[in-house]
Design a protein around this ligand. Structure first.
Ligand SMILES: [Ca+2]
Length: 445
């Protein structure tokens, strides 16, 4: 037998190696569709009943619905978290970047499009930026995007594209005088980026609708099906219907380009619905935008990748938008050369294999340092509740029994308060101050 080894072993090793060598997975195209200020329960797939969202519903049914997907309570910090994989406590982007304010997403941050571009991706931002524009260094084309089209500020007039008399509509960071309703323009440009995608190169397309943020404006034709709704809710319904139509056009463009099978499409809102009950619906969740109650930070979300995410998946495990950064880099085979510590964790096993949340505890930062909430298992602790930063004023809820955060259990469960408070205290040790700089400082210079 021994005499056979020199011949047989190399042959065996050769065969074994051939069988075990994994076929490199093709880099998926990635389309992240971000809605602005969408209520938790306004899309049909997440419990909405009075507004028609057939395309968002189909997208969610064809993949996974993320029922406990967390973001930040307002626009800029959520976008910073998506693009860096880092919490506001580490980027310093706790609040919104006002027009002309002399700050933005810190330049030391390595962004998702930068990392994907280094991995061979073509990268495009279509829609809202809201991470700084006062200095050219903060603008999208300097932060990893090959293509930019849309608005820099947090909101603009949907038809004139003005904010306080200033035109904020740009192509590759130069003024654009394209005319039209921004939701239509964003959908049109997104479909163009898909049609004109560079052959042989994967695409990262970040579509950040300014819909359904105020000002509440929509072409009259979209109001017709919603005559039964009153006031701003009717306009909002038309705006959401227009956005849903745009999402349908983007999904159709992927189909027409033959890209459906190798494209991961992700959808979420950037924060919860403002004025719940009047304008938006956050369903059973308490409060809305700008708060750390569930209505402010838990948003409707979905993800579709045919053959990779089983259709009809429903994920109840808590996930955070910071998780997409490491997840997408891994799927893209991108070197995770982020020089700064990433807070996000790979959410793919949770999404595709029913694994538990990758987080023992999630940090939800308020719009100023020191105000935060911790989500750990079924429990949630608010520290500095009521906006008093660093205070001992806490609220404790058991979300499994009390999704609406009505019964504060802090007094009766001090051991649970201590346990979650320890997570908060650890997070505070590495927290940075807010990077916010007031607009006035720019004018004085
Ligand atoms: Ca928003």
């Amino acid at each position: 037998m021994r005499s056979l080894l020199p011949v047989a072993l190399p042959l065996f090793l050769c065969l074994a190696f051939a069988a075990a060598a994994p076929t490199p997975a093709p880099q998926p195209n990635i389309v992240y569709i971000l809605a602005d200020d969408l209520g938790y329960a306004d899309a049909g797939f997440n419990g909405g009943t009075d507004i028609k969202t057939p395309h968002l519903d189909q997208l969610a049914r064809d993949g996974a619905m993320l029922k406990s997907f967390y973001v930040q309570p307002v626009c800029s910090p959520t976008r910073a978290a998506l693009l860096t994989g880092r919490y506001p406590a580490h980027t310093g982007v706790y609040g919104v970047v006002r027009p002309n304010a002399p700050w933005g997403l810190p330049l030391a941050e390595r962004t998702l499009p930068q990392a994907l571009r280094d991995a061979g991706y073509e990268t495009a931002l279509v829609g809202k930026w809201h991470l700084g524009e006062s200095d050219a260094a903060y603008r999208p084309t300097r932060r990893g995007f090959d293509h930019q089209y849309g608005l820099w500020f947090g909101n603009i007039d949907y038809f004139t594209h003005l904010r306080d008399g200033v035109l904020d509509w740009h192509r590759n960071d130069e003024p654009s005088h394209d005319e039209g309703y921004t939701t239509h323009l964003i959908a049109l440009e997104a479909t163009r980026r898909i049609r004109e995608k560079k052959p042989g190169q994967p695409l990262f397309l970040y579509v950040a609708f300014n819909a359904v943020h105020d000002p509440h404006q929509v072409p009259d034709s979209y109001l017709v099906p919603y005559a039964h709704l009153e006031g701003v809710r009717r306009t909002y319904a038309g705006m959401l219907a227009a956005m849903d139509e745009g999402v349908g056009q983007i999904l159709a463009a992927l189909d027409q380009a033959g890209l459906r099978e190798n494209t991961l499409v992700i959808f979420s809102s950037d924060n919860g619905g403002p004025q719940p009950g009047k304008v938006t619906s956050n369903g059973p969740l308490r409060a809305g935008k700008a708060t750390l109650y569930e209505g402010g930070v838990r948003v409707c979300a979905s993800a579709r990748w045919p053959g990779r995410i089983p259709a009809g998946t429903v994920v109840h495990e808590p996930l955070h938008i910071v998780d997409w950064f490491p997840t997408l880099l891994k799927l893209a085979g991108a070197p995770s050369a982020q020089p700064l510590p990433v807070d996000g964790r790979d959410l793919w096993p949770t999404l595709t294999q029913g694994a538990k949340s990758p987080h023992a505890a999630l940090l939800l930062c308020g719009t100023q340092p020191g105000v935060a909430a911790i989500r750990a298992g079924d429990w949630k602790l608010h520290v500095g509740a009521g906006g008093k930063k660093g205070s001992d004023q806490v609220e404790l809820y058991n979300l499994a029994r009390d999704l609406g955060e009505k019964n504060n259990l802090a007094a009766t469960h001090p051991e649970k308060v201590r346990e979650l408070r320890a997570h908060y205290d650890r997070a505070q040790q590495t927290a940075v101050p807010s990077g916010e700089k007031p607009v006035a400082a720019a004018k004085k210079k």
